[in-house]
Design a protein around this ligand. Structure first.
Ligand SMILES: [Zn+2]
Length: 145
């Protein structure tokens, strides 16, 4: 249910595990505990069970993305250095890729206007500073307001 929030947290550089629908609550709590993760959820029962197991829990009650992000960032501040270091789709750490290797894999305009590119070694998505970074900083400023 919080897929968009997860995507944005990854763009901000947070190591974000997103549980799929089939995952049982017990399994999810186990992963959170084992990997020392903060539980971000709207599920009341999960919040209760998480707190009982003394996990750090961030309760999301709004359906508005900006409000959700504000809630999370209130408890865990952004590390500016980590921004745009992870794939928003799969959470993998991005690797730098040579400009000439992304030719024909990104729109021509993007290729012309950027010199630094990254790619996700897992799902092959290509990232660049321009529009991605602008989108992220705009979002950060929006939230700070
Ligand atoms: Zn990826």
């Amino acid at each position: 249910m919080l897929g968009t929030l997860a995507k944005w947290l990854r763009l901000f550089g947070f190591d974000t595990f997103y549980a799929n629908n089939e995952m049982k609550d017990g399994e999810l709590l186990q992963i959170a505990k084992k990997e020392n993760r903060i539980l971000v959820t709207r599920d009341k029962e999960l919040i209760f069970r998480g707190r009982k197991q003394s996990l750090q829990v961030i309760k999301i009650s709004s359906t508005d993305l900006d409000v959700q992000l504000k809630h999370v960032l209130h408890d865990v501040p952004i590390d500016e250095e980590a921004v745009l270091s992870r794939c928003s789709l799969c959470n993998t750490i991005l690797e730098e890729i040579k400009k000439n290797e992304v030719k024909n894999r990104v729109p021509e305009k993007i290729y012309e206007n950027n010199d630094i590119f990254w790619f996700c070694p897992k799902c092959d998505k290509i990232y660049w500073m321009g529009s991605h970074y602008d989108k992220i900083t705009a979002k950060i400023n929006e939230i700070k307001r």
